[in-house]
Ligand binder design. Structure first.
Ligand SMILES: Cc1ncc(COP(=O)(O)O)c(C=O)c1O
Length: 405
């Protein structure tokens, strides 16, 4: 057996990815981190970049909890006591008390009966959609939903899929109206916060529409919301999109790997839904959970978020994000409005986006340029992500570099 023929094809495909300028395999590699000093936040050293220290404006660790001493200590202590891996999937012998405690605390935090953790949020979405969707189900999805939703829908044996324009509630209503009587069940699935833009779904309106048309479908309409970028970021106490919209999804899914600063994913819902998914969700049954040490770290991170320290961190995050948005607008940039720590600077051109990202990199600032096909043509952007670990001086530095000639 030889890879020769396959490699010839892959070589061409890699060349076309390279030509589009969206190759990912030469990513920056972090080799060290130093804590903040002189009024600046933490800095990062990259492999191959000598002693240049970088400001990281493209991390999802919105509250800086990945390096919080209590979170790090909780992980280290649990690893010492329980080891580095679960040793089995949950139902065999890989279920630890810390997994159960974390699930209990996540359910309480989100005001739900029960929770269930997975190795990642992506895995959670792939795990839960197929068992909740039958050949008599219509799936309704926002046009800008995350890739995990798109692939989870592909894995599901649904009767049909309908996509509404991004945040277009009138189109969602038309879909729910027009399909009355055609399907037994409807599953409306959306991101809470959208990762490319930092805007968020109108959960109150989605909930209203689901309730309005629920009786028109024999098995009702359920809402599933992936708020991986919203939890620990939006709302005065970090409950995410649900908090700012004052509305709850039937099933809320989120990650432990962004604001919580750890790793893994979870869902919260009713006890019945969780009981059913523990019996049917393949990526839960046949794949390892997060480690006991990660579960201990996430439990500690959740305790920080749900404390006065967490509320202070959130307030700082919101204020730094507002400061950055205002500064960019004052400097003449077009910025998507909002309150999220994702600050999307619209550039509208692939080359200009790359030039600006390169310029920021040359000044030791890490940012992410998003171009087609990740975003539609004409909507190329630089995505800046604020963290509570940043300082006013970091934001001023970024603003002065980005607006310099
Ligand atoms: C909306 C959304 N869902 C899920 C994920 C995946 O999260 P995880 O890394 O926990 O799989 C991401 C990460 O980028 C995301 O933005």
């Amino acid at each position: 057996m030889s890879l020769n023929k396959l490699e010839a094809i892959l070589k061409q495909q890699l060349a076309s990815i390279d030509a589009m300028g969206c190759a990912k395999r030469d990513e920056p590699v972090i080799r060290a981190r130093v804590s903040g000093k002189n009024g600046f936040g933490p800095r990062y050293y990259l492999t191959g970049c000598g002693e240049e220290a970088f400001l990281r404006m493209n991390s999802n660790s919105y509250l800086g909890l990945d390096c919080h001493p209590d979170v790090v200590a909780a992980e280290a202590k649990a690893a010492e006591q329980l080891g580095t891996g679960p040793g089995a999937v949950r139902f065999i012998s890989g279920s630890y008390q810390v997994h159960k405690d974390l699930e209990h605390n996540l359910a309480t935090f989100h005001g739900r009966e029960a929770a269930m953790i997975f190795s990642a949020a992506y895995a959670a979405m792939l795990a839960i959609l197929p068992p909740l969707i039958s050949e008599h189900t219509l799936i309704v999805s926002d046009a800008l939903n995350h890739n995990c939703i798109i692939n989870a829908i592909r894995l599901s044996r649904c009767a049909a899929k309908a996509v509404y324009g991004h945040l277009d509630m009138a189109e969602l209503e038309t879909i729910l109206q027009d399909n009355r009587g055609k399907y037994q069940r409807v599953c409306v699935v959306t991101d809470g916060v959208f990762s490319m833009r930092g805007d968020y779904a109108d959960l109150a309106q989605i909930k209203t529409l689901c309730e309005r048309y629920d009786d028109d479908y024999e098995q009702g309409i359920i809402s599933i919301v992936d708020d991986s970028h919203g939890v620990g970021v939006l709302g005065a106490t970090g409950r995410g999109t649900e908090q700012v919209c004052a509305a709850k999804a039937d099933i809320l899914l989120a990650t432990l790997g962004k604001a919580f600063g750890v790793n893994g994913g979870y869902i919260v819902s009713s006890q019945k839904v969780i009981d059913y998914l523990r019996e049917t969700a393949a990526l839960y049954i046949y794949s390892n959970p997060i480690t006991a040490a990660e579960a201990a770290a996430a439990t500690q991170a959740l305790a920080v978020v749900d404390s006065s320290e967490g509320v202070e961190k959130l307030a700082k995050l919101h204020s730094l994000s507002a400061r950055l948005r205002a500064g960019l607008i004052a400097a003449g940039f077009t910025v998507l409005s909002g309150q999220h720590a994702i600050v999307a600077v619209l550039i509208g051109d692939t080359q200009q986006t790359k030039t600006l990202v390169d310029k920021l990199f040359a000044h030791q600032i890490l940012t992410t340029g998003l171009s087609y096909p990740v975003v539609p043509k004409g909507q190329e952007e630089i995505r800046l992500q604020v963290s509570a670990d940043h300082t006013d001086k970091d934001i001023e530095l970024l603003l002065s570099v980005i607006s310099s000639n």
